[in-house]
Design a protein around this ligand. Structure first.
Ligand code: SF4
Length: 229
């Protein structure tokens, strides 16, 4: 447990807080020093966080940000998005990749929010998961980033790295969420996703991680790492 806390303290210090990820900046707009995308990041907004999260699937963070910004200038409520013709929506979000599927999901989720939740994004996990298109990671992002609930959104980085570090031994993100809930002190839950996403993109990369530059090298068991730099 001490090793886990030490590792997380080092990583939190290593990765600058305010400039981490798009979703993280949407959660903490008041901490942003630059004027960049000021309107896009005006205040935490559960619907915008949900939509940006859906747009972020399998795409780069800077693309998510520019596509979200473009979309929210045209439509930033469930009502407005549900009214955009599908083809037009596809065109708006085209550069986020998988745009046909994402456009359908955005419209479906918006309609479900209107029909089942009075146009509001629910703050209960079961309610979020009852909407097709919202999976555990997205639900946890919304609860954590929009509603300040302690949850652990697990993406590929958040699943891979704790296994490499030797904290857990799991095969799926769902198993990782349950395993981490048992061993991760709650004070780290809020920041865990943002830190590990950035860590996984820059240093503990999927193939050949940069162990020589890693600030937590001495605390890592490097489980399953066959080559590194
Ligand atoms: S030492 Fe290597 S495998 Fe371990 S966390 Fe750092 S980069 Fe990842």
């Amino acid at each position: 447990m001490e090793k886990i806390s030490k590792t997380l303290d080092i990583l939190a210090e290593y990765f600058n807080y305010t400039e981490r990820t798009t979703l993280n900046r949407m959660r903490n707009p008041e901490k942003i020093s630059s004027e960049k995308n000021k309107d896009f990041l005006e205040k935490p907004n559960a619907f915008k966080i949900l939509i940006a999260c859906l747009l972020s699937l399998r795409t780069r963070d800077d693309t998510t940000e520019s596509v979200s910004e473009k979309l929210f200038k045209i439509a930033d409520t469930p009502e407005a998005i549900s009214k955009i013709p599908l083809k037009k929506l596809e065109k708006i979000i085209y550069s986020s990749g998988h745009y046909k599927k994402k456009a359908k999901t955005l419209k479906y989720v918006s309609r479900e929010l209107i029909n089942k939740f009075n146009g509001k994004v629910p703050n209960v996990k079961e309610d979020l998961l009852s909407i097709k298109g919202i999976g555990p990671k997205t639900a946890n992002i919304v609860l954590n980033f929009a509603y300040q609930q302690p949850t652990l959104p697990i993406d590929t980085h958040c699943h891979r790295i704790p296994n490499r570090l030797g904290w857990i031994k799991t095969k799926t993100p769902e198993q990782t969420e349950i395993a981490l809930e048992k061993i991760l002190p709650k004070k780290y839950w809020k920041e865990f996703n943002a830190i590990f996403v950035l860590f996984g993109k820059t240093i503990c990369q999927p193939v050949s991680p940069l162990c020589n530059q890693c600030p937590v090298n001495k605390y890592c068991e490097k489980i399953g790492v066959t080559s590194n730099r």
